[in-house]
Write a protein that binds this ligand. Sequence first.
Ligand code: NI
Ligand code: MN
Length: 226
Amino acid sequence: MKITFLGHNTLLITIEEKQVLIDPFISGNPLSKDIIDINEIKADYILLTHAHQDHILDAEAIAKNNNATIVSNFEITSNYEKKGIKVHPMNHGGKWNFDFGTVRYVNAIHTSSFPDGSYGGQPGGFVVEANGKVIYIAGDTALTMDMKLIPMQTTLDLAILPVGDNFTMGVDDAIIASDFVACDKVLGVHYDTFGYIVIDKEEAKEKFASKNKELILLEIGQDITI
Ligand code: NI
Ligand code: MN
């Protein structure tokens, strides 16, 4: 699978001919809004970790442009279903076989409300398995012992973890999370977008390297294939 970083926690995952978009926040992201045009994004599915604005801002527009299916917790999908968007509701611990691969909605420690304050259910992350590769998209979360469940269920090829601190784990906790999920290859997300989450990228990479781990930090629009 090819994973393209579109800024913040926004990722476009290409699995053969299917496009799976994660947490679209582009038009409001000062770092990506002039680089990425949401009207050019092709998506078959949109996976939303939680309801905060910096994860869902462009979900409705991109879903409508593409007749895409939104996959998230029950509260979030109910919200989009009322807008006439195709949805697939999930909840924590459950998995489903989609036509691109298997998705499990897993625990996260965070909060989840829509921009208008309405309830967004409990936040989560996703474990996506497709074409023999497995990735963990943590979403916004603290370091949590529940991460230790993941390697009991599967073997990860890549962990996508927040590293920006303040609202989520920071770099030091992400290194511990990498141990918890038993995956030394980490794609860092949720950093630099706002003043609260600006990080020293070289120092972060060196900290991971000192533990024999790899921290990948992509430029907006850059991709990796696993
Ligand atoms: Ni959040
Ligand atoms: Mn966030």
